[in-house]
Design a protein. Structure first.
Length: 693
């Protein structure tokens, strides 16, 4: 049910009034976009982020893994004479820690050190041991030994692999590495490279044994962790605030946020915005809260600022911010009455009709806006490239105290075509946004890397992925709250599918998922698409009677009978024959078959549900049989415009004598769902088709 503005509702209830239309044609767009490195350099606040100097991508700041690659000296780990006498034996210690906020726990994978030997002959071999110790050198956490290794005499990196030991290290905590060495064969010196000045900020080199010392600089070393890419990791949190984004003027109509970003798994990117009349952002600004790509901008100010907050739960990954854009369309407005303050070029708007069906695609109206060929209209047609321009049609009344803000959305859509007839009347064919859904998924296919793949995902998440990422529907055109509500109502539902080879039509995929979930796509007057799930227990929105309706007709609708279902599922991914589905669910309502002396089967082939999710097929079967095991009557009727708040999909009660009964009294408060709505605003009439619940 639609909530009407109070002034509109009051005027609409009057027995006599003067309905009026306004038409807004998209004329141009004003915007501000932050995208280049110079924009990010002018930020008003940033922490723990980096941005490229050329293309301007913003990421979480990266830091190297714990390491010191510098060296200017050698520490003697072990010295053995040709007579086998141990001349010196030391333990080299290097502390290290990984800096991260908030801290994580990571698995140590490898440790490297740089070593050489001297003399001992070409056949000499060494044993070098590396241990990881707790803070304060309290206890060993793990040991790796490289035994009988022919270490060269010029120096080389040795890698000690701790992966299998599952050593968990906490961030921001100082651990120690300890190296010892001996000769397996031969004799001479075994040395480890180090830098005798402090070059590694998060640790130090200590030596115990023959030549003890504390904080001798830093050993040449490297410590790596699981999940680290390219010898670096990303900080866990960061943010950047844009400079004041000057739109150039205060917009008159709502705009839209547009973000270009890449958000891999394990990462998130959250946007928060503010609006200001002055651009100072010194306390005078208005908070717009958390925003998302495609969100409408309804707080109209000249200046905006956005904070992008980056985070990850696996610091091998970072989100990437490419651009932030605030855009506002400017409109050329026409009306159908001189008193409204705009050129009265509107000559008429066709009625608005839409239909829903359990098994057929929703049909949503394409309306025709008729305009007089005035100079302003002609100029708009000639210079503004009409196709796909946004058209907003508003409905209201010409009445004292009734302002433009009191008008309601009647229809929003995109110009499909336009023509001028012999009477100089311009006809704009305006289509709804659902027409955009006819796109290939995937948009191209050359190899399996182009496959569209969904594995064990909720059907609502798949719908949104198709809409947002395959068809590129803006969030401003999706009633996301309605999708969230359906997802909540279907906990645990999962679908799986791979589209490979030939792209599939996005609209077809969305219809398949809609049928599976027993939902309808319902158009909204503001141009958005809402989804609604069938609920036989839904509360009635209104009560219709013989007193507040007219032109009522009743249809027994025998063709709606369904008392047997055959639902094929667990698709093998190939053809569309029954043999290509590995599972079949058959539902039977024996009582209905006996009562109506007919078996009426509904067959559905579901390519989304695997065998493990057969419960959702059972839910679909039950929903169909519960509703259609008896034919569902259809009632067609009309009301005046006072019922404009009733919308497609609403449940109403009907009390009428024009329905079968045992005593000709008809029915009382019988529940029906609105499955067709045709609104002719100017003629003060709404036609409804109702299907019994």
């Amino acid at each position: 049910m639609i909530t009407l503005p109070s002034k509109f509702a009051a005027e609409n209830k009057k027995a006599e009034n003067s309905p009026a239309f306004m038409a807004r044609l998209e004329d141009s767009v004003i915007f501000n976009e932050q995208t280049a490195s110079t924009d990010w350099q002018a930020n008003t606040g940033a922490s723990n982020v980096d941005f490229a100097t050329i293309i301007g991508d913003v990421t979480l700041a990266s830091l190297p893994i714990p390491n010191n690659y510098a060296s200017n000296a050698w520490s003697t780990l072990h010295s053995k004479s040709s007579l086998g006498v141990i001349l010196s034996d030391s333990l080299d210690w290097q502390s290290f820690k990984r800096i991260q906020s908030p801290g994580m726990t990571k698995t140590l994978t490898t440790v490297k050190g740089y070593f050489r030997r001297s003399s001992g002959g070409a056949s000499a071999s060494v044993n070098i041991q590396c241990q990881v110790w707790t803070p304060g050198k309290g206890a060993s956490l793990g040991t790796v030994t490289i035994a009988s290794y022919a270490l060269n005499q010029t120096g080389e990196w040795l890698t000690f692999n701790f992966t299998s030991q599952n050593i968990q290290l906490s961030d921001n905590t100082e651990y120690w590495l300890r190296w010892t060495a001996s000769y397996a064969t031969g004799f001479g010196l075994i040395e480890q490279a180090y830098q005798n000045t402090n070059v590694y900020a998060n640790g130090q080199f200590d030596r115990t044994g023959t030549s003890p010392g504390t904080n001798l600089g830093d050993l040449t070393f490297e410590a790596t962790y699981s999940g680290i890419v390219d010898s670096a990791y990303y900080l866990a949190q960061g943010y950047i605030k844009t400079r004041a984004m000057d739109i150039g003027q205060t917009p008159t109509d709502a705009g839209e946020w547009s973000f270009s970003d890449v958000v891999p798994a394990y990462t998130s990117l959250v946007y928060e915005a503010w609006a200001s009349d002055t651009g100072a952002f010194a306390g005078e600004e208005t908070s717009l809260g958390i925003i998302q790509d495609g969100y409408a901008i309804s707080t109209l100010k000249r200046f905006y600022m956005v904070k992008a907050s980056f985070s990850n739960t696996n610091d091998a990954y970072t989100p990437v911010l490419q651009s932030i854009k605030a855009a506002f369309p400017l409109y050329k407005t026409f009306s159908d009455r001189p008193g409204l303050g705009y050129e009265p070029a509107v000559m008429g708007v066709t009625s608005l009709s839409a239909t829903i069906d359990a098994f057929q695609p929703s049909t949503i109206s394409q309306i025709t806006l008729r305009l007089a060929l005035t100079q302003a209209v002609s100029n708009w047609l000639a210079t503004r490239h009409p196709k796909n321009k946004l058209v907003k049609i508003l409905a209201g009344f010409e009445a004292s105290g009734f302002a433009e803000a009191d008008y309601i959305d009647y229809f929003q859509g995109l110009v499909e075509s336009w023509s001028i007839d012999g009477n100089d009347v311009v006809a704009l064919q305006v289509r709804d946004f659902k027409k955009e859904w006819s796109a290939g998924v995937p948009d191209k296919w050359q190899s399996t890397s182009d496959d569209a793949v969904w594995t064990a995902q909720h059907p609502i998440d798949v719908m949104l992925d198709i809409l947002r990422n395959r068809v590129n529907v803006r969030d401003s055109k999706i009633d996301t709250a309605s999708f969230d509500a359906v997802k909540t109502a279907l906990p645990g539902w999962k679908v799986t599918r791979t589209i490979s080879g030939n792209p599939e039509d996005a609209a077809t995929l969305l219809e398949e998922l809609r049928v599976l979930t027993s939902c309808y796509f319902i158009p909204q007057a503001d141009g958005r698409i809402r989804i609604k799930r069938w609920d036989g227990n839904e509360a009635a929105s209104d009560a219709l009677t013989d007193d507040n309706t007219f032109g009522l007709s009743y249809d027994g609708n025998g063709g709606s009978l369904i008392n047997r279902t055959s639902i094929y599922f667990n698709w093998d991914g190939t053809g569309d024959d029954a043999k290509n589905y590995l599972s079949l669910d058959i539902g039977v309502d024996a009582a209905s078959q006996a009562e109506w002396a007919e078996i009426k089967t509904k067959e559905i082939k579901d390519k989304w549900t695997r065998a493990a999710e057969s419960g959702q097929i059972a839910a679909l079967r039950d929903a169909i049989l519960n509703r259609y095991a008896d034919p569902r009557p259809v009632v067609s009727l009309q009301t005046d415009r006072s019922k404009i708040y009733l919308e497609l999909g609403d449940v109403v009660t009907l009390t009428t004598k024009r329905a079968p009964s045992t005593d000709l009294s008809g029915v009382t408060e019988m529940r029906f769902q609105i499955v067709n709505r045709n609104l002719d605003f100017m003629k003060d009439v709404i036609s409804f088709k109702l299907l019994a619940v």
